[in-house]
Each structure stands twice: as structure tokens, then as C-alpha cells.
Ligand binder design. Structure first.
Ligand code: ATP
Length: 268
């Protein structure tokens, strides 16, 4: 595999790019971890009121849904996880993956990327090619509050021999979309700056206020789609998402709701 030049993470550059919002985050960066989601969920840090972010220059066993893998290259990928703690009686986390996708889409737009669409429940596409993915894992804390670990992988500059499997629509990266590669700190700041207000909104009001914005970016709006889950297959026309983030499929006998089932619940 092609080795890529990578520069060490620069916390001061991130703080500078975040401006006043820097105080809202506690960021830790590792040179190499297997999975930022696993590292965070296995050792949930104490709550000091800030949003915890764990990133890695190199992630060697990035996780996708249901045992699939997220491939990343040091210097070519931005991989990090954000810990979001829900207050007791907060909205169900089902739409969180969609809210995160929306934040990624907005951040990419601000960076100058055009043609962004969201593929339910957790992918960000540019002209149909996958540029970023989201994996949310849940854990219950000792005080019984729910903690969501939001894993994000975003392609900055893929190596020419990346060989990413099972993406019929193709994959892309920021370098191809922008003609230049912004620094990892700049991209991370752009994502966190969108994620923070959206998650705050989500925490107080759930997915309903974000639903319309998500639907405007729905990659398959009005199109026939096939949803497969545990050997079962449902075909219908994608008519959007419900108030809780469930996919809505128009079928012969009415509208069917499809839930993602992309979360794994663990007891600490
Ligand atoms: P589905 O289409 O069934 O929802 P998915 O593509 O959303 O699947 P995920 O589990 O979300 O699946 O992500 C893992 C998949 O993403 C991998 O199986 C691979 O096809 C693709 N992938 C892995 N690394 C990258 C990457 N760096 N860039 C783009 N796509 C990737």
C-alpha cells in the first residue's frame, strides 16, 4: 500500500480554527489506534462538561456497521470519534446518525464541496461517491445516562491504490473535490463547528427540526430503492424519513418505515 506523508496533529491550529468554540471541546489525538470508537467506548472519560473528541492520525481497524471496515490512511484520512452524553429523558438516539450526516454535509459545503447528498442512514456522498461515513455506538454510563460515541471517517486524500470494496457508486476525497487538500485541523474544526449546534438542537428537540434539512439532501429522494436487512429485502420508492429518522418507503400497500439497526448497545 502506498505510504502517505502525514504531519503530526497540531492542537493549536485546531483551537485557532475553532475560535471561541474551542472551549466546548476536550480533544485528544493519538498517533495510532485500532478504532477511535472502540478506544472511546471502552474507556469513557469523566464528564467535565466539554464534548470529548478522540482522533487518530492512523486508524488500523476502523469499524463500519455490522462488522464491515472503514479504511483509513495516515495523512490521507480524518478519523475521529465524538462522545455525546444524553441527559436523562433526552430524545431517542435513532436519528443521531442522520443529524451527524447533516453536520458533515454542512461542513463540506462550507469547505467548498458541491453536489453533496446523504445516503440513509450514515453515508455522505459527493456526486454519488462516498466521501465520509458515520458509525454510532451506544453505551450506558454508571449513572444510567446514555452516551453516544459518534465515529466519523472522512477521506482527505485517498492513495491511488486505495482499493475500497463494495462501493458501486465509487468513492472520493476532499483533494479530488477541491483540487487542494485542506489540513486535518481545518477540516476537523469545520465539522465540529457544525456538529456542536446540531447535536445541541438534537439533544433538546430530537430529529424533527432537522428532518426537512436532511430530506433536502436525501440522495434517493423519490427514487426506487431496495433495503436489505438480515436476509430480508424490501423494495419501494424512497419518500423521505420520519420524525425519528426511520426511512420511509412507499410500497404497494402504503408507506413502510425502516429502522436502521446500525447501533450496538453495551453495558459498561
Ligand atoms: P450500506 O450501503 O449497506 O449501508 P455502507 O457502505 O453504509 O453499507 P458502512 O458499514 O457504513 O457500510 O461502511 C463500511 C463500508 O464503507 C465498507 O464496507 C466499504 O465499502 C466502505 N468504505 C470503507 N472505507 C471507506 C473509505 N475510506 N471511503 C469510502 N468508503 C469506504
Amino acid at each position: 500500500m502506498t505510504p502517505m506523508p502525514s504531519t503530526p496533529f497540531n492542537p493549536a491550529a485546531l483551537d485557532h480554527a475553532l475560535g471561541p468554540l474551542a472551549a466546548a471541546f476536550s480533544v485528544r489525538w493519538e498517533a495510532c489506534v485500532a478504532s477511535t470508537n472502540a478506544a472511546l467506548i471502552d474507556h469513557l472519560p469523566a464528564d467535565d462538561g466539554r464534548v470529548v473528541v478522540l482522533g487518530a492520525t492512523e486508524q488500523t481497524a476502523g469499524r463500519g456497521r455490522r462488522g464491515r471496515r472503514w479504511l483509513a490512511w495516515a495523512g490521507g484520512s480524518l478519523t475521529f470519534s465524538v462522545l455525546w452524553r444524553f441527559a436523562p429523558a433526552a430524545p431517542a438516539p435513532a436519528g443521531l446518525s442522520l443529524a451527524t450526516g447533516l453536520a458533515l454535509a454542512r461542513a463540506l459545503e462550507k469547505l467548498g464541496v458541491g453536489g453533496i447528498a446523504l445516503k440513509w442512514p450514515n453515508d455522505v456522498l459527493v456526486q454519488g461517491r462516498k466521501i465520509a461515513g458515520v458509525l454510532i455506538e451506544l453505551s450506558t454510563e454508571r449513572d444510567r445516562r446514555l452516551a453516544a460515541v459518534i465515529g466519523i471517517g472522512l477521506n482527505l486524500r485517498l492513495p491511488p491504490d486505495a482499493g475500497i470494496p463494495d462501493q458501486a457508486g465509487g468513492v472520493t476525497d476532499l483533494a479530488s473535490e477541491l483540487g487542494t487538500t485542506p489540513t486535518q485541523e481545518h477540516v476537523l474544526a469545520a465539522v465540529l463547528a457544525e456538529l456542536h449546534p446540531l447535536l445541541t438542537r438534537y439533544a433538546s428537540a430530537g430529529f424533527p427540526p432537522l428532518r426537512q434539512a436532511w430530506q433536502q439532501l436525501n440522495a434517493f429522494a423519490g427514487l426506487p430503492v431496495r433495503v436489505t436487512s438480515e436476509g430480508e429485502e424490501i423494495v419501494g420508492r424512497c419518500v423521505g424519513v420520519d420524525d425519528d429518522g426511520a426511512l420511509l418507503l412507499d410500497r404497494e400497500h402504503g408507506v413502510t418505515r425502516v429502522l436502521a439497526g446500525d447501533v450496538s448497545l453495551r453495558q459498561v
